[in-house]
Design a protein around this ligand. Structure first.
Ligand SMILES: O=C(O)[C@H](O)[C@@H](O)[C@H](O)[C@H](O)COP(=O)(O)O
Length: 243
């Protein structure tokens, strides 16, 4: 990547998810050794499904030390088919012995206004996570990449990109005609590790754009404001366009 991030390209999706699962398990081990807990924020969408299924099969980690957070969520009920929490529960959380008190869904009740849900989640992060410079510190954040360069629910041209004073915010996404809750730029900037996981030829165009960087006068894509030298990118060859 142009921003100095470390980029790993795996030959196929199976190797991609195996490599990311290994990295997450390794990060968990080092976090638990250092601080007794592993605070991991999960990505939503479709890409992470196979990763979470692979993690669920691992027995070489102390699940009791894991705390699960979410990078973003759709403002729907936890049982809704679009819920990132439901996807994570079906592929990972229902299959590993992480105590329920250590799983923190972003949306508990869709009747709560998005702004209120975001504020409540910000309070939960601050109450449970170690702080640095007034920011909650996640050990690792899993992130996907949209074809338009969004990550989490930081979509191009949306006001959440200007939220720099709180770790979580609500955002209405016109393209989706939907509300989302998302971690914001500053809390992502304070996370110890950012792991981007990108699979499939459908992402090759946006990855090629990232490899070029923004044109003169062009604003950076949201993902370019998140990634950087501390980020790790995991791609399959199809996404890299080298399949
Ligand atoms: O809630 C979400 O949808 C995600 O957090 C979002 O940022 C996702 O990672 C990208 O849109 C890629 O989605 P796919 O993995 O489905 O391509």
């Amino acid at each position: 990547m142009k921003d100095g991030a470390r980029c790993h390209t795996l030959a196929d999706a199976d190797r991609l998810y195996a490599a990311v699962a290994d990295r997450v398990i390794a990060l968990a081990e080092s976090a638990v050794a250092a601080r007794g807990r592993f605070h991991l924020a999960l990505a939503g969408g479709n890409t992470p499904r196979r990763l979470y299924e692979r993690l669920a099969a691992r027995d070489d980690t102390d699940w009791n030390r894991w705390e699960i957070w979410f990078g973003d969520e759709r403002c729907v009920a936890p049982e809704h088919q679009d819920s990132n929490y439901r996807m994570a529960r079906e592929t990972l959380l229902a299959h590993v012995p992480i105590p329920a008190s250590q799983v923190h869904p972003m949306i508990a009740d869709p009747a709560i206004a998005p702004e209120r849900a975001a504020a409540d989640y910000a309070d939960a992060l601050s109450a449970h996570l170690p702080q640095q410079a007034g920011w909650p510190i996640l050990d690792a954040v899993l992130l996907g990449l949209g074809p338009d360069g969004h990550t989490a629910s930081l979509f191009p041209g949306t006001p959440i990109l200007d939220v720099l004073d709180t770790p979580v915010a609500a955002v209405h996404v016109p393209r989706l005609s939907a509300w989302r809750i998302s971690l914001t730029l500053p809390v992502l900037a304070h996370a110890r590790h950012l792991l981007f996981v990108v699979e499939g030829a459908g992402k090759s165009d946006v990855l090629a754009r990232l490899a070029r960087g923004p044109a003169a006068g062009e604003p950076p894509l949201p993902v370019e404001r998140v990634s950087g030298p501390r980020a790790e990118w995991y791609l399959d060859a199809a996404a890299r366009g080298s399949a």
